[in-house]
Design a protein around this ligand. Sequence first.
Ligand SMILES: [Zn+2]
Length: 388
Amino acid sequence: MDIDNSPRLLTVRGIDIKIHITFPLILIWAALQFGLLGGAGWEGALFGVIVIILLFVIVTLHELGHSVAAQHYGVPVRQIVLLPIGGVAQLDHIPETPWQEFVIAIAGPAVNFLLAILLGVLSLLPGFDFVGIDELTLRGGITLPLIYSYIFAYNIFLGVFNLIPAFPMDGGRVLRALLAMRMDHLTATQWAVRVGQALAWVFGLYGFLSGNFFLILIAFFIYMGAGAEGNLVRLRSYLRDITVEQAYSRQVNALRPSDTLHHAVTLTLRTLQSTFPVLQMGRLVGVLPYHVLVQALDDKGPSTSVAEVMVKDVEPARPNEELFDVQQRMRESQLDSLPVMDGDEFLGIITSRDIGEIYRLMAIDPSLVPRQVWRRKEEAPYAAESAG
Ligand SMILES: [Zn+2]
């Protein structure tokens, strides 16, 4: 099931907090683990459910820590999704300014340590005393100190675990950000990936020798996560030097505002083009993305005019704009393509498929990517023109 369609619990600072449809599985697991399997009966089952819900409140606070820090630096946060294995805050992008990445990454674990300190201080009050780790069982029944001690221990665990300096853990980002204060982003990432993968080997080996299957699983997860982050950053650093004009589609079909959606569908089927610019007398007046077309067909029917449903006020891509920036903008505006304009002149469209194709070529051999042949080179530089 698509994460975007998960049911929403609540909204905090404009961020939707959603629970994934598989989330109840962890509640059932907890009830079984603490109740039936632990021999503690219904009381144990109830305890399991209470503790897991509290743990997920903590996970949510951890993700809110990242989110609030991100918003502070102007990074939009799409949503927080709670999965049985933990939470994910979906940030629009991770800033490459080392200090900003550092603050956003550390804000999550910092929330856990603050909560642990707060609980520690509260434990000085009568009736709030801690239970020792070895007593974290239900022998004395469900008591406040027992629940309280679980929450304390979990905060420490979550804070420390996430600070392991390896991607995809927060610690990997913290390490990269610290390194990036002394070197460029790509080199810092490569070092952080090496540290993460070396740690993964240590964990894996230790897990293997001690027969700890869970540790081997974690090691595998860290190793793959580190590699994936390394590849992504390498590709992005290549992509930085590539401009829209090396990637956009020139031969595109356009619609007129007066065309019907039926006409648009026919054109899609005939040409396999999924997004259309809408032109009036050669001037761009809007864009009809595929998902808008499909939705509008469903809501309003095929005889509706394109003008009625097209997306207006789309900021077009410029031929000399860096592909990386355009990709960011597409993601922010949730469009999978943008019209390419040179001043008032419509040139074509750039789609996420075009960008994906460049990624693919880059991964095979960077020399396969079309060279920059911007025809205006001998005329006034483009940047100077658009700045004026
Ligand atoms: Zn985190």
